[in-house]
Design a binder for this molecule. Structure first.
Ligand code: NAD
Length: 354
């Protein structure tokens, strides 16, 4: 298991250090894990003048999986766009062909009161959002700002999906649904958009290969409403890049705690980049107060999806549950009566539970 470790910026190095402790435990248990570190984002710019340095690219391409902290920081806001940390993230995703973005929204019983929704609506919630990551209106050409003959200026983008792009992400969705409750809802805007009509046609066709999975379709406006009305109706949600961007953020807030949410971005061969859903949190960097659990849970996803070690994934998740059951909390998920601990102490607690 060759893992490229990219701590990145802000709280990145602190939270990745805790995830690395977990990997060390697994290594001492006999897993053949190799970790190699490199720079990404602002750290890449500082060290090598590029947010995605060539050394990092070579390492990422040669590895089976990438573990990433987060990128970004106020000090980089005035750099020209190609030098900004976020460009490093976009380039590594594209460079590795990571088209399938998986974001679980899971409510832990211990944290049910952290959600802004009523406990009975979210208790037991376990949704997987699968967002296509390399196509759609975010990448379609042509795009730009132009001046019409009458002198009026106009902004425009192009929404498009090719059949192969839809098919490959649909297959990922059905395979995930097969391992869960065998229910998948494909979200589109087929009542208005031709791209969505085509999306629906292809997803329906791919579904023939997975007769055990119950496929439904929903318009994105309705899905946005249903996610806060009755979120437990969903199991796997499959959707395109722009709808997935919005819905996955909405779903993440159902759980109430951004510091708990892992993510995976996969290529065709299940090589993946694993990172917490949150950013580099420069406001709390270096204070040993960030929640490292999203990053640790990203390692669990890595074991599940890239290395096909479901048992180890569950072991890590159980260790996280145990620390929560023990009443240990970082500041972002703290409640009265629970013991508030720092980043490193939380990492140690998970290691002890493991
Ligand atoms: P953010 O997710 O970094 O922070 C939002 C809020 O959540 C902040 O108050 C922060 O303190 C808190 N928070 C985030 N992670 C936490 C954790 N693990 N534990 C406790 N609290 C946590 O979003 P932002 O403030 O909008 O962005 C900050 C920087 O991160 C920007 O430069 C942005 O571009 C970048 N960013 C990077 C990624 C990424 O690397 N994937 C994603 C989003 C934002």
């Amino acid at each position: 298991m060759k893992i490229a470790v990219l701590p990145g910026d802000g709280i990145g190095p602190e939270i990745v250090a805790q995830a690395a402790k977990v990997l060390e435990v697994l290594r001492s248990d006999g897993l053949k894990i190799e970790m190699e570190y490199a720079h990404l984002g602002g750290a890449g710019y500082d060290a090598e003048g590029d947010p995605f340095p060539a050394t990092t690219e070579r390492l990422a391409l040669a590895s089976d999986a990438v573990l990433l902290g987060a990128v970004g920081g106020y000090q980089y806001d005035t750099l020209p766009r190609p030098k900004r940390p976020e460009q490093g993230l976009l380039r590594i995703r594209k460079g590795l062909g990571l088209f399938a973005n998986l974001r679980p929204a899971l409510v832990y019983p211990e944290l049910v009161n952290a959600s802004t929704l009523k406990p009975e609506l979210v208790s037991g919630l376990d949704i997987m959002i699968l967002r296509e990551l390399t196509g759609d209106i975010y990448f379609g050409q042509p795009r730009g700002i132009r001046t019409l003959d009458n002198g009026e200026r106009q902004g425009f983008d192009t929404m498009l999906y090719s059949e192969s792009e839809i098919r490959r992400v649909a297959h990922v969705g059905f395979k995930i649904a097969m391992k869960r409750n065998k229910k998948m809802c494909s979200v589109d805007k087929a009542n208005v958009l031709d791209t969505s009509m085509f999306w629906r046609e292809i997803v329906t066709d791919v579904a023939k290969e997975y007769p055990q999975v119950e496929l439904s379709h929903m318009y994105v406006d309705n899905a946005a409403m249903q996610l806060v009305r009755a979120p437990k109706q969903f199991d796997v949600i499959l959707t395109g890049n722009i709808f997935g961007d919005i819905l996955s953020d909405e779903a993440s807030m159902l759980t109430g705690s951004i510091g708990m949410l892992p993510s995976a971005s996969l290529d065709e061969n299940n090589k993946g980049l694993y990172e917490p859903c949150h950013g580099s949190a420069p406001d709390i960097a270096g204070k040993d107060i960030a929640n490292p659990l999203a990053t640790i849970l990203s390692v669990a996803m890595m074991m599940r999806y890239t290395f096909a070690h479901e048992d180890i994934a569950q072991r890590i998740e159980a260790a996280v549950r145990k620390t929560l059951q023990q009443g240990l909390r970082t500041g972002d998920i703290a409640e009265a009566g629970k013991q508030k601990i720092g980043t490193a102490a939380m990492g140690d607690a998970v290691v002890a539970a493991l």
